[in-house]
Design a protein around this ligand. Structure first.
Ligand code: NAD
Length: 355
């Protein structure tokens, strides 16, 4: 008999092609009248569109969102928020931009309207991270959960295919670890399976045709579900490893997730057979680690850590850091097993069929 605790995160989601036009209504709903629009430097044109849509409710743009939310950027954004007398943040972009908005939700306490343009899923979680002196400190706080999320698949038409594929597999990682989480529950399981299946269908179609509206819509829908799982239940070895590799060795976020996931699943396979069967079936395969690996390989994603900037000499250190903290994971961590996992990910080997 299964026992569980289920707690839902408050979420207001507006989904649909062209739904960006609803941004002014969402800001108004918050009772806000001076929105600060956040974006990365490459997405300023999109932020300008948001400002146009907001009209009188726009206070200004901050276009310096950066990967891993450096504390210097947070300080600069907070100063500008105060000088603009901003009363809400509208974040348009990927997880880095949403992450910056979360820092402003902590201080000066701006509510967030998030408009995601990747599949990272940060908009559905109460988790924040700020990097200071090369160390990313993360925490959970209900205030950083966006008050409204606008998912407009049309905004993802221009997401490069390579990033679409790795960002999509990054989303699958949330759902995959959610399925064997120590906090898993039936609602999250449903969302995880549906999210993986939607992304598994969408990514090959996007690769073939990046402007395929149905595929873009399926992918963003899957990203929403997978992001909800990330916000709803605790993650395990895979997320811990990717956090270590990203933070300590400065590896790119979505690619790292894509490369490590098949190997993290192979490590856990024997200890989480039901989750593996569900992941495999959602992807239309028979073996979860191989199905994820094949999805990445067949859609042109990087497969080996050595191809994205990792050095062989750093694998021992990565293993040590991964072993340092204790956290729940289906299979207890052992240094030999983790070191082998890292070597396989470094080499880009297809996982073996047996768990
Ligand atoms: P990102 O936000 O850094 O975006 C990567 C690049 O893609 C940027 O240059 C951005 O401008 C560009 N881009 C984004 N959308 C685009 C589009 N539609 N068209 C063209 N270019 C586009 O990358 P990401 O993978 O979305 O986010 C990664 C970050 O988010 C990491 O720092 C990660 O730790 C964080 N994250 C946090 C959580 C959480 O719950 N706190 C969850 C997931 C990810």
């Amino acid at each position: 008999m299964r026992s569980f605790t289920y707690e839902s995160q408050p979420a207001r989601v507006i989904f649909g092609g062209g739904s960006l036009v609803q941004v002014a209504r969402e800001v108004e709903r918050l009772g806000a009248s001076r929105a600060m629009v956040l974006c990365s430097s490459g997405q300023r044109a999109l932020a300008t569109r948001v400002v146009d849509l907001l009209g009188d409710r726009a206070a200004g743009i901050f276009d310096q969102a950066l990967m891993h939310v450096p504390v210097e950027t947070v300080r600069a954004a907070r100063d500008i928020a105060r000088s603009l007398r901003a009363d809400c943040a509208v974040a348009i972009g990927g997880g880095s931009t949403t992450g910056l908005a979360k820092a402003l939700a902590l201080e000066p306490g701006l509510p967030i309207v998030a408009i995601p343009t990747t599949y990272a899923g940060s908009e559905m979680t109460p988790i924040y991270g700020i990097t200071e002196a090369r160390l990313k400190k993360t925490g959970r706080d209900a205030r950083v959960l966006p008050r409204a999320v606008i998912y407009d698949p049309e905004l993802t038409f221009g997401l490069p295919v390579a990033l679409s594929v790795t960002s999509g597999i990054n989303a699958i990682a949330h759902a995959a670890e959610g399925l064997y989480s120590h906090e898993s529950n039936p609602i999250m399981d449903l969302m995880a399976r549906e999210g993986i299946a939607a992304l598994g269908r969408a990514l090959p179609a996007i690769r073939k045709s990046p402007l395929d509206a149905k595929a873009r819509s399926d992918a963003l829908y899957g990203a929403w579900l997978c992001g909800t799982v990330l916000g709803g239940v605790g993650m395990g070895l895979h997320h811990k490893l990717c956090h270590t590799l990203g933070g300590s060795f400065n590896l790119p976020h979505a690619q790292t997730h894509t490369i490590v996931l098949p190997h993290a699943l192979a490590f856990n396979a024997g200890a989480a057979p039901q989750a593996m069967a569900r992941i495999a079936s959602a992807l239309g395969g028979r073996n979860a680690p191989q199905a994820v690996y094949d999805l990445a390989r067949d859609n042109g994603a990087p497969l080996a850590l050595r191809d994205i900037g990792m050095a062989q000499v750093d694998l021992d250190r990565a293993c040590e850091i991964a072993m340092a903290g204790q956290y729940p994971n289906p299979r207890p961590l052992d240094a030999e097993g983790i070191r082998k996992l890292l070597q396989d990910a470094f080499d880009g080997k297809r996982p073996q069929a047996t768990g």
